[in-house]
Design a binder for this molecule. Structure first.
Ligand code: FAD
Length: 487
């Protein structure tokens, strides 16, 4: 990062930054300076909320990777391109004259949160939920067991997971979890490659899936059909997935039709679709489609993992999973799964656990609630830490879609603005903002990637994708990203 001389712009004395000969940002010494940690949806929406509200507000976004957009790039399934349209809103925010993006900055390592607090009037932590909940059962580290987080990172080109190379040699895969991420993974495992090859899935994942021997995917959940956590849209996609057929266990739907009238509205449609899929005989055309299907999926209910069992031929590899059979205590969404004492072993060479992401602490100076795995906050104000705020999954825990994240990020922006107005947040002193941090980076040899650097990566990825009829071919390696960014 290079910091250049002060300029006179529109008659006002402002500092100007130049990077690689390009004027990046005109900044006023008297501006309110806020930085956001994390360049995912929460980071961009928080920045948007702040910039729109005040003309004197400047926001810098620090992102660990050289590429922006967090889980929109590395989480959202490649066959859901429409979800990624939010990128154009984020791009507008990043290109705003009062917003700057600094990728390849690992907060907690390259710069501490305290240093950011010193340089900015306020710091908003929006670094998401990059950890992973574990099953806590014997055998979960055997080869062939993956977290959905790593598996999704693999097919979406997250550098940390791009070499995962999951073993897809077995007929049956078990996915633990009934949420949308579990359904994404099931769909990706069973989708015809002809569909996937037109998406931005990475080439290595596409090649591996083309060779995959997985024909049967069981999605296993602790509780019953009325408690599943997926949305009706995701389930419908599964039901209609070309080349596949559902194979539900009808006994697991006992009493569900009777309970339907008590089920709240959005869940009602979901439950009706499940009931229809499990119990009704479809029309002739659909019957014919299902007969021809070569791949099968199934939602299994009332089962919790007890142990992952190794193969007799290779004690390091998974051969099956032992499940406890549950019954429900209570009803509706609050029902609890209680083991009946019965167990069931399912043969499978691939297990993917989709039981939740979790946030991790990145800096010992920041309060962190290890039980809830969030930064403790009230309406986005980090407790007992003046000038520190949080938004997105770090604030709420890892639930909700991008729209939910947008709302909670706008809420945090509003909280921060209220604190400025009420004087709770002291903004009386001038802050050095990115200039102060830039000086630290120079000393430490940290070279951030700007948004226009990212646009070079974007261009290169789009070019590589076009050659294959895909929207983009993602760069998988951080070093390569940096090389392209700095050409
Ligand atoms: P993230 O998106 O995780 O962004 C956090 C950012 O912080 C990342 O870019 C990360 O690199 C950065 N960061 C981490 N640590 C540091 C650090 N130390 N310093 C600097 N930066 C750091 N929602 C939908 O609406 N539709 C979908 O189809 C959909 N699909 C999903 C699929 C999956 C697999 C997952 C997990 C989620 C999906 N979601 C979907 C939900 C959506 O992705 C989230 O609501 C949203 O991404 C949360 O935003 P966030 O900014 O809090 O976290």
């Amino acid at each position: 990062m290079k910091i250049f001389t002060l300029l006179r712009v529109s008659g006002r004395r402002r500092g100007a930054w130049l990077h690689d000969g390009v004027r990046r940002l005109v900044t006023s010494a008297s501006a309110l300076k806020v930085c956001v940690v994390g360049g995912g949806p929460a980071g961009f929406y928080t920045a948007q909320g702040l910039i729109k509200a005040r003309q004197d507000m400047e926001v810098d976004i620090y992102e660990r990777l050289p590429v922006p957009f967090g889980l929109v790039r590395f989480g959202v399934a490649p066959d859901h391109p429409e979800v990624k349209n939010v990128i154009s809103t984020f791009t507008q925010t990043a290109q705003h004259t009062r917003c700057s993006f600094y990728g390849s900055v690992n907060v907690g390592q390259d710069v501490t949160v305290e240093e950011l607090q010193h340089a900015y009037h306020a710091v908003v932590l929006s670094y998401g939920a990059e950890g992973n909940r574990r099953m806590g059962v014997p055998g979960e580290d055997l080869a062939g067991v993956y977290s959905a987080k790593d598996f999704v990172g693999w097919y979406n080109g997250l550098p940390a997971n791009s070499q995962l190379s999951p073993n897809l040699d077995s007929d049956t895969a078990v996915i633990l979890g009934h949420g949308n991420v579990a359904l994404d993974v099931a769909r990706l495992l069973l989708s015809p490659v002809d569909i996937l090859k037109k998406t931005d899935i990475t080439q290595n994942a596409l090649d591996a899936l083309a060779e995959s021997r997985v024909r049967r995917v069981l999605l296993v959940g602790r509780r019953g059909p009325i408690q599943v956590a997926c949305s009706v849209k995701e389930l419908r996609e599964m039901v209609n997935l070309p080349g596949t057929r559902p194979e539900m266990v009808t006994a697991e739907f006992e009493g569900v039709a009777e309970a339907l009238k008590e089920v709240p509205r959005p869940r009602k449609r979901l439950t009706e679709l499940m009931l229809k899929t499990a119990l009704e005989t479809p029309g002739e055309k659909e019957q014919e489609r299902r007969r021809k299907a070569t791949r099968v999926w199934c939602l299994r209910f009332f089962r919790s993992p007890l142990a992952v069992l190794p193969s007799p031929d290779d004690p390091n590899r998974v051969a099956s999973i032992r499940l406890a059979v549950n019954r429900l205590e209570g009803s509706g969404e609050g029902a609890r799964a209680v083991p009946t004492g019965e167990v069931e072993d399912v043969n499978c060479g691939l297990i993917i656990t989709s039981i939740g992401y979790k946030s991790l602490p990145i800096d010992s100076s920041v309060p962190f609630d290890p039980r809830k795995a969030i930064v403790p906050n009230s309406m986005g104000r980090v407790q007992q830490a003046a000038g520190l705020y949080c938004s997105g999954w770090l604030k709420t825990g890892p639930t909700g879609v991008i729209a939910t994240t947008m709302n909670n990020s706008f809420d945090t922006a509003r909280t921060l603005l209220e604190d400025i107005d009420s004087g709770t947040l002291d903004v009386s002193a001038a802050k050095s903002g990115s200039q102060g941090i830039g000086a630290l980076f120079e000393k430490r040899g940290v070279k951030p990637v700007t948004f226009s650097d990212w646009e070079k990566i974007d261009k290169e990825e789009t070019k590589r994708g076009q050659a294959k009829g895909k929207p983009r071919e993602k760069l998988l390696d951080v070093e390569e990203m940096l090389r392209v960014a700095r050409t």
